[in-house]
Design a protein around this ligand. Sequence first.
Ligand code: TRP
Length: 453
Amino acid sequence: MTDTKKTVHGAWSSRFAFILAATGSAVGLGNIWKFPYITGENGGGAFVIVYLLCVLLIGIPIMIAETMLGRRSQKNPIEAMEVLTDEAGADHNWHYLGWMGVIAGLLILSYYSVIAGWASAYILKAFTGSFLDADALTIKKIFDDFVASPIQLIFWHSLFMLATMLIVVRGVNNGLEKAAQYLMPSLFVLIFALVGYAMTTDSYFQGLHFLFMPDFSKLTSNSVLTAMGHAFFTLSLGMGAIMVYGSYLSKNISIAKTAFLIAGADTIVALLAGIAIFPIVFANNLHPNSGPGLIFETLPIAFGSMTGGWLMGILFFVMLAVAALTSAISLIEPAVAWLVENKDFTREKACVWSGLVTWALGLGTVFSFNIWSNVKFFDRSIFQLLDYLTANLMLPIGGFCIAVFSGWIMKKHHSEQELNMPNETSYQIWKLLISYVAPGSVFLVFLHVIGVL
Ligand code: TRP
């Protein structure tokens, strides 16, 4: 801690704390809510394969790169890019990358919080026994009535934003670490229990078939873009969240190993969620492509009919809300860190302002499910537009820039030193992926979507 700025900047208490917090950031609604419904909308198996390939060839190398940029600079994303361009003797325009990240984070959080609000509301519904012995139709009606009410959605969205800001205000060690510590393992156990339930339905294999048997004729260029965007979204990449977390990381830790652990855990949770959900979908004659309501229309059926389902339902939605919370804090941390470190805001003031802006933006998503459901831009509701803009465009563009910067701009001996891989071959493989494969794939997918390829 040499200069004065760094005394403001936090630090993790251990490697384990970083892994927990980064896993907490990665595992969230993306795995349990979003992965199943976009898999359902994009036809299953083939989409899942593209997503897995994207995680392996694009996601993991970029996660390594993003963590590296954060740790090398020990700064928030906007300042990080300035410090790193100085070090590399490069153009200063790279700091716009930091800016885009801060904005993407706030935009994502604005709708993320609304959906996390749904999960929170479902804790109460589970508690009051709304799902007990309810059939698929009743469960769907509960969901439809709920999202039709702007007042209810605003209430839960506000509550979730408030909880997020209360944690963020307490800073790295007290807030972020403690929150992640106990809840991640418990979530794992509960999802396993749900998979157990799915096995008892007679559609278990139909669910597995849908999830893992690829039918490439169902794949459009937009599905490929969605799969790639989701690889960024689910690993929290492309907007500086992992960069901020990396900046709190001490120098003696292997970044690559950690990235594999985090990406592995994240992928397993998503696949297990899929394995739990699709058998329930088919067993109840529901449609896999029913959109953002999918888990809210399926899992309660399981809770309503299984033994111990009442308690499991409550626990599940508590875990889901908490998993969302540990993700939400990483979406807003870049903005808060920047306001504190560069604009001399107190942490409290930074939280209030960024929280208020995000909350207000979230109203757009709230209304897109009810009073503004007919308001469409490019054929998309406000929620769909925000999702497309951030997950499918901003994150891949951010990730592309991170890859190009790490592979081409940053001096080789700097990245080599920072990553400190066990052998030269591992470094060479990463270097190849980050310089060519990752940015090249993102570029090709974009060309394909705009119809050039
Ligand atoms: N990865 C989280 C999820 O899957 C969402 C998330 C948290 C995120 N931080 C992020 C997405 C940063 C993109 C960028 O639920």
